[in-house]
Design a protein around this ligand. Structure first.
Ligand code: HPA
Length: 320
């Protein structure tokens, strides 16, 4: 509306310069006064950075701690933070500008408290590109949690196994990822205060933290896998030809999450550990149909082991 008005004023000014000059002068004068008084004219849109700041301002007094670790739980893995001593639990819907989780198996709550004596935040439920969210929106919580002070991020997800040595229920430490979503949360003007224009991606997943996770599983007598996670946009699961392709390019597991958050976290200088629960095996030569319920059930059955590994890693962080 305002743009139309402006266009018509400019058009008239071009046609009748003498008559319209006083009108334009009054407009410019009003604009200057509004700017001087700090009043925003137009659609009053907040920038992305202002929205992050508003969410941070809302959360700071409510979480009641200065968290250093954040855990983001994937499908069916909401209980993987059971060991946390919860201080506050806040619905995403109550946090200004925070995107809502639309997936059934993602509760959509931000939990604050202590885990193994460390101040922590946990996101029970994440956002996905397949929900229709932009990459920037998916990365929004990472930016918020960074401004709240986190320096370590534990990303968990449910993933399809591409490596035929894997079994449903296995936990895989993510060593690296392949972003096949065609999206990147750093596209667009770089926010220099947040990180560099071209962040290095040669060591996204912290080797030392990965070692801690592996040791935690081994000390419990559990087998633990390692491998490369391929991130797709989803939500349709893979065709057999796509599975074959993913295996050939070196992926061990595939899912619809994690890579956007990991990129935003690397940009922000956050250390990352990625843990996938392998919920199903995608064998292109022996394809079997998968369902959401089946995937979530296997993820839930692994949540206790996932929780123990996370707690053990955080305990070690407290000592380091
Ligand atoms: N493909 C994509 N995402 C998944 C899968 C899968 O097979 N299993 C669990 N999440």
């Amino acid at each position: 509306m305002a743009a139309l008005f402006l266009l018509s004023a400019l058009f008239k000014a071009a046609l009748y310069p003498a008559q319209m000059a006083p009108v334009l002068r009054v407009g410019i004068f009003c604009g200057q006064i509004a700017r001087f008084l700090g009043i925003k004219i137009g659609n009053n849109m907040q920038t992305y950075k202002e929205k992050v700041a508003a969410a941070v301002d809302y959360l700071k007094p409510r979480i009641g701690c200065a968290p250093s670790v954040a855990i983001m739980t994937g499908s069916g893995l909401g209980e993987s933070i059971d060991a946390m001593d919860v201080r506050a639990s806040i619905d995403y819907a109550d946090i200004p500008h925070f995107p809502r989780s639309t997936v059934r198996s993602h509760p959509g709550r931000l939990v604050s408290g202590t885990l193994a004596g460390i101040q922590a935040l946990a996101m029970q439920g994440r956002l996905h590109l397949y929900e229709g969210y932009s990459s920037q929106t998916v990365a929004f919580p990472i930016r918020v949690m960074r401004m709240l002070g986190i320096s370590t991020l534990i990303l968990t997800n449910a993933a399809g196994g591409l490596n035929l040595a894997f079994h449903p229920g296995d936990i895989m430490v993510i060593e690296d990822h392949i972003n096949l979503t065609g999206e990147n949360p750093l596209a667009g003007p770089n926010e220099d205060d947040w990180g560099p224009r071209f962040p290095d991606m040669t060591a996204v997943y912290d080797k030392r933290l990965a070692g801690l996770a592996r040791n935690a599983a081994i000390s419990c007598g559990w087998e633990i896998r390692k491998g490369v996670y391929a991130g797709l946009k989803g939500p349709s699961l893979e065709t057999s030809a796509e599975t074959r392709f993913l295996r050939q390019i070196g992926a061990d597991a595939v899912g619809f999450s994690t890579v956007q958050e990991a990129i935003a976290a690397v940009h922000a200088g956050i250390k990352i550990i990625g843990l996938s629960t392998i919920t199903n095996i995608n064998d292109p030569d022996n394809p079997t149909p998968d369902t959401e319920a089946g995937i979530v059930a296997v993820a839930q059955s692994a949540a206790i082991r996932m929780s123990a590994i996370i707690e053990s890693v955080v305990k070690e962080l407290a000592i380091l």
